[in-house]
Design a protein around this ligand. Structure first.
Ligand SMILES: [Zn+2]
Length: 86
C-alpha cells in the first residue's frame, strides 16, 4: 500500500505508475490523479497539445507512408490470390 500525494488515499501499489527514479519505483500520484491532471493540462493548453501532435505527425510521416504502402500491397496480394487469403 502507498499513499497518493495528491488525493491522500491509501491505495495498492498497482494503482500507481512506474517511476524509475523513485525509491520504490512507483509514481507519487495514483492513476486517477495523474489522469485528471493530464486531462486538465490538455484542456488548459490546447495550442501546445496541437503543436506537439503536429510535430509528432511530421516526425512519423515517412513511417506512416511506408505502412500505407505495405498495407496497400498486402490488400492487392490478398485480392489477387484465388481464395482471397494470403
Ligand atoms: Zn490520487
Amino acid at each position: 500500500m502507498k499513499t497518493c500525494h495528491t488525493c491522500k488515499k491509501n491505495l495498492p501499489l498497482t494503482s500507481f505508475g512506474t517511476r524509475s527514479s523513485a525509491k520504490d519505483g512507483k509514481a507519487g500520484w495514483c492513476f486517477d490523479c495523474a489522469r485528471d491532471y493530464h486531462a486538465e493540462y490538455r484542456r488548459k493548453n490546447p495550442e501546445l497539445i496541437r503543436a506537439i501532435q503536429k510535430r509528432t505527425r511530421q516526425k512519423n510521416h515517412a513511417q506512416y507512408l511506408a505502412y500505407q504502402r505495405y498495407a496497400s500491397e498486402s490488400r492487392k496480394k490478398m485480392l489477387a490470390s484465388p481464395d482471397g487469403i494470403l
